[in-house]
Ligand binder design. Sequence first.
Ligand code: MRU
Length: 352
Amino acid sequence: MEFQSKIKTIEWIDDYSKLIDQTVLPYEFKHVNIKTGDEMYTAIKDMIVRGAPAIGIAGAHGVALYALELQKQNLSREEFISKMIEKADYMATSRPTAVNLMWACKKQKELILNSKSDIAGIVKELIENGIKLENEDIEINKKMGDYGAEVVPKGATILTHCNAGALATVAYGTALGVIRSAYAKDNTIQVFADETRPRQQGARLTTFELKTDGIPVTLITDGMCSYFMSKGMIDMVVVGADRIASNGDTANKIGTYTVAIAAKYHNVPFYIAAPLSTIDRNIKSGKEIPIEERSHEEVSHINGKIICAEGINFINPGFDVTPNELITGIITEKGILRAPFEESIKKAFEES
Ligand code: MRU
């Protein structure tokens, strides 16, 4: 039986992109219709849409939206192409860490440069490519789900961090996709979700989407993971990724590294679930991954209210890097990659 998720995070409709507004969840469930490239840039930057694969597709849609706008400007084909390359490069800068964004904008850029069509034809091709990438994302997640479900022990309690679910992709999810596929086979599994300070994606988004799909979930705060591991209450960890280096070092939401260290200490298998588009083969190790520094208000405030003494210092990196030696396996659409990761990653790309 295939598990059906009720959530579709991003969808191209006629001449706009429809997004679930993730800034207001779980209090409100509403959509926003994004009609221009600049609106998409802001939606990614302000995290109306977030999660590595979702912002990749959003970037591809955003480039198509710029094309629709530029088509109205009576440009020559040459001018249109040169402006579109600038727009695609600009869209790729809307957030710095998740490489899926750069990957998808590059796909649109290659299409523009290789197309033999006139302006109207290029616009149509960019829209079609955005829709194709959108559909492929769901298929890839389901493949990862199938591979990942094989390593989920019967009746397992699975810890996850942040939100790597339907809301972080087009639908189904990477880490939560593994959980959805495992749940379809064994409905005695359950999830422990880390709150994920500072933006609380685990509390706000992961619990929302698992509850929506009827998968049992328990919310814990970030500092509790070692406690539950020491009690033998966690059977495995599965998280998503924003960028994976050629050696398997993995950037994911801040706090993931702490979970990985705790898992190693307690002999709990620690898996990453991510499509090959999250692997950046241009970088050798995690040291080269750019880490987003986010607003200090995310640390100093909760729900608009200050939670600390005024006038103190803040620092707010959005991601950390888990070294490859802490990772049991990387679940991809090509199967589960294991150490030595340089070799298994290289092989996965050679086969694709
Ligand atoms: O800052 P966010 O919410 O975009 O960070 C998201 C994460 O860190 C996810 O775990 C990651 O993108 C994987 S999503 C399948």
